[in-house]
Design a protein around this ligand. Sequence first.
Ligand SMILES: [Zn+2]
Length: 253
Amino acid sequence: MKKITIVLVLLGMVFGCKAQKLPKAYKTNKSEGHFVAAKKNALKIAVTGGGGSHDFLKFFGIADGEILSENGSNTVIYTQDVEEMGALVPAVDVLMLTNNQPLDGTAKNAIFNQVNEGKLNMMIYHPSTWYNWEDWPEYNKQLVGGGSRSHEKLQEFEVIVTKPNHPIMKGVPAKFRIVDELYRWEKDPEGTDIEVLAVGKGLESGEEFPVVWIVKHSKAKIIGNTLGHDERAHGLKAYQTLLKNSLDWVKKK
Ligand SMILES: [Zn+2]
């Protein structure tokens, strides 16, 4: 009995240390994109928003946050406060980056430190796959694998799955249409290698660009996804399936 008790205490200490504490006591508040799991050692996800051209809170914080919370199994905290981002990043397992507002030095360092220590996986969505920050070239090069500088006008286009057997594409139609901005996303030949899982094809232009890809970072699981401008993306079943599958993929150690 004694030995078992000791083992249990040791296990408790190990898992206790692993469960990072969030910087403040959050409560579930869907209108703020806060979903707090009852379990203490639940998976923790930060969603960062803020900047221009998008309703970050409504779509990435609230709509996507609900999916990421998996009915209360995971803790999801949305913020567009840059200072809060710097404090949250070291405490979470997964970061969904959607902001196009600039980050401060603390937040930038926290992201790179956690990624390089193998403690943070990332989902980089729509506005954050852009070339937003000239003073942070290592972001696009190392974490995104490239970027976009323009997009086709907001209209319907086709998404074609190129790696149907990948787990992120499970249950996603081989081809589907979406009303969104087709980002003219380009791989940086000097950036981290990527694997494209789906492309978008302009119905008028016929041009194709990566829409979902994996960034083959040596220390982290990172997914890039250029979809998500407004409710016509976030409300689409295929978008939601991709988000759920992406979480399943990044949360596996
Ligand atoms: Zn957009």
